[in-house]
Design a protein around this ligand. Structure first.
Ligand SMILES: Nc1ncnc2c1ncn2[C@@H]1O[C@H](COP(=O)(O)OP(=O)(O)O)[C@@H](O)[C@H]1O
Ligand SMILES: [Mg+2]
Length: 285
């Protein structure tokens, strides 16, 4: 019995699900019949017939596009990493849109640097969330991606990615470990994380040294994209120092939360130190 749906994409979705044992050939044919009579897409017809679930379709899409992603409840990384668990959700779609914008700028030569600091004025605005999920979507495209947690005061990336936090940026900058402290994220081949490491007594001083810029230069050839999570700019100067080394920053603005005058002040400081503010992410949650 051969399955011959309308389009290549649809054929592979059916075939992928059959291969994975999630769909029988008989049910696939039933889906194709409905698909033809009602001109639906394969997935839509399958859901309408109750033969497929949204997560089956997501699974097939992920396979089709060769996306590294994790099944729900896998627990390998935090549930906050929506790009790892729900790569085709609307939220992640907007992160991919942001990725496209950033890549476009890079290819048009507007941003020569690979490094991008993710900044915002206040706490709890979603910098860590955006940095982590954006790093995942970059890596899913096969870009060699490094996420650096430069929030040495409230570090979160090692928890989000369930990595060990004994060594990291703080120990590298203090000269107590080398770039070997960069950890690969299991399941995500093109993604590496340099976690923050133990809280140092002097975060600002560490980040302000030549060492951070030097580290970025050392890592430059190994990665296509380097994203940097930072502390709030209203509380500390750390993020400004980091952004100055990176050369570029993207601003996270949390809807109905982030104070616009704080964003303005932040942008002024960035401009004064020659940091290119490449875009703003409106984070609504
Ligand atoms: N777009 C979003 N959707 C859902 N939850 C979000 C979103 N952005 C942030 N959060 C959640 O809000 C909390 C604070 O975000 P976080 O990234 O840690 O803030 P920041 O790093 O700016 O202090 C976290 O629990 C995070 O998962
Ligand atoms: Mg944070």
């Amino acid at each position: 019995m051969q399955i011959t749906p309308e389009t290549t994409a649809d054929r592979s979705i059916g075939a992928i699900l059959i291969d994975a044992g999630k769909l029988s050939v008989k049910n696939a044919e039933q889906i194709i019949r409905l698909q033809k009579t009602e001109s639906l897409r394969f997935g839509e017809a399958g859901v309408k017939l109750g033969l497929l679930t949204d997560s089956d379709i997501q699974y097939a899409l992920a396979k089709q596009y060769d996306y590294p992603y994790l099944a729900k409840g896998n627990g390998a990384v935090s549930d906050e990493l929506i790009a790892a668990y729900n790569p085709f959700s609307r939220r992640v779609e907007s992160l991919r849109a942001m990725r496209s914008q950033l890549m476009l700028r890079r290819f048009t030569g507007e941003a020569s640097h690979k490094a991008l600091a993710i900044v915002s004025p206040g706490r709890g605005e979603g910098r860590s969330f955006v940095a982590a999920n954006l790093a995942i979507v970059f890596s899913q495209l096969g870009e060699r991606t490094l996420l650096i947690d430069a929030d040495l005061r409230n570090s979160r990336q090692h928890q989000l990615f369930r990595l060990e936090g004994r060594s990291g940026l703080s120990t590298v900058l203090a000269g107590r470990s080398d770039a070997g402290a960069v950890q690969r994220v299991p399941n995500f081949v093109d993604l590496s994380v340099l976690s923050a490491g133990p809280v140092p007594p002097n975060p600002q001083e560490l980040l302000g040294r030549q060492a951070f810029g030097g580290l970025l230069r050392d890592l430059d050839s190994e990665y296509d994209v380097i994203l940097i999570d930072t502390p709030s700019t209203s509380d500390f100067a750390d993020a400004h120092l980091v952004s100055a080394s990176a050369g570029a920053a993207a601003v996270v603005v949390r809807k109905h939360f982030t104070r616009i005058e704080h964003v303005r002040r932040q942008t002024e400081v960035m401009n004064r130190s020659g940091v290119k503010v490449v875009g703003t992410v409106l984070n609504e949650f």
